[in-house]
Design a protein around this ligand. Sequence first.
Ligand code: FMN
Length: 350
Amino acid sequence: MTALAAAPIYERVLRPLLFQLEPETAHQLGQFALRHELPWSLMPSRNDGDRLAVKVGAWDLPSPIGLAAGFDKNGDAVPGLQHLGFDYICVGSILVQPGSGNPRPRMLRYPETESLINCYGLPTDGLDACVAKFKRLAARPLRARLIANVHAETTEDYSRCFAALEPYADGVELALRCPNRSDHLSVYPIDDLDELLSTLRKRWPDKALFVKLPPFANDQEKENRLQLVEHAISLGLTGVTIPGNWTIPEARLSRGQGSLSGRLTFANNLATVQAISAVSRGRIAIKASGGVHTGAEALQLLEAGATMIDIFTAFIFRGWNVAAKIKAEMLALMDQRGIARVADLTAAQR
Ligand SMILES: Cc1cc2nc3c(=O)[nH]c(=O)nc-3n(C[C@H](O)[C@H](O)[C@H](O)COP(=O)(O)O)c2cc1C
């Protein structure tokens, strides 16, 4: 094997080319390349037995590794994405009305820290167009669980999104706020969440339901988010996410600020998972989101109480087979440390 063939093709060859492009253009190119199953369906599929398997509500996931919301906002790239080793794919955020989000530039890379900053502001094709795409996707079995991530302003609009998408999605994730819109709420009203979740739960008691809560930046916000987790548990939700990201100023973005993601956010993600796990004690799946680039980081989160691991920024930095790389690294570490199955780690949290 030549040195080049042995080297990771993405990091050595493709990434330098893609990183010559404006980040959003490179993102669009990636999405475009993934619209069709070929050539992705030719990629060898891994069989890791049940060593990485996790239980999430009624689901048995082959591994905890999935794609976070935001890469594929409308479901166009799912045909290719399903072959990349992600065991769940979050599509969205989907809003009722189509919208173009904030003006460009709205994404930048920080290559030295393998991080990104974005102020996309939730561009979406809108509910009707997304339902049509989900319908087409649901016509054939997919190789990953499909989660529709929706964002709305009112309980009525969340219900409308839920009703329209749930027949074609395995689960629905409610994104409760976007840091790049004006609706940032420092302390999220618990009554609003209760009304929203109990309305949805009453109508769809069996559908996998996830909620993505706003991150917290101080003790008051932390207490508020942990109370929201407690309510999510009492209302019978499947999973909860509090991402590790936060907003920073960035003069080169159209809005002068954006949401940070990638390696810089891992420590915050880990601390957040530890805080949720201390109150939830295994009663709800914790979907960890922020800065996971390696199998070691994924394992650290599982040991801290996470059940599912969202990946996004690492996809940009490590390439199309990032999920396979992370799984292989997890298995190698598990061998070294004598861990038979990931489920043993998650069971230990109860
Ligand atoms: C460019 C970009 C767009 C995103 N768009 C959304 C979105 O529309 N809805 C959402 O819930 N999260 C969105 N996110 C947040 C991700 O789902 C995830 O929580 C975050 O990026 C942390 O994970 P990472 O460090 O692996 O990227 C976006 C992230 C990025 C980088």
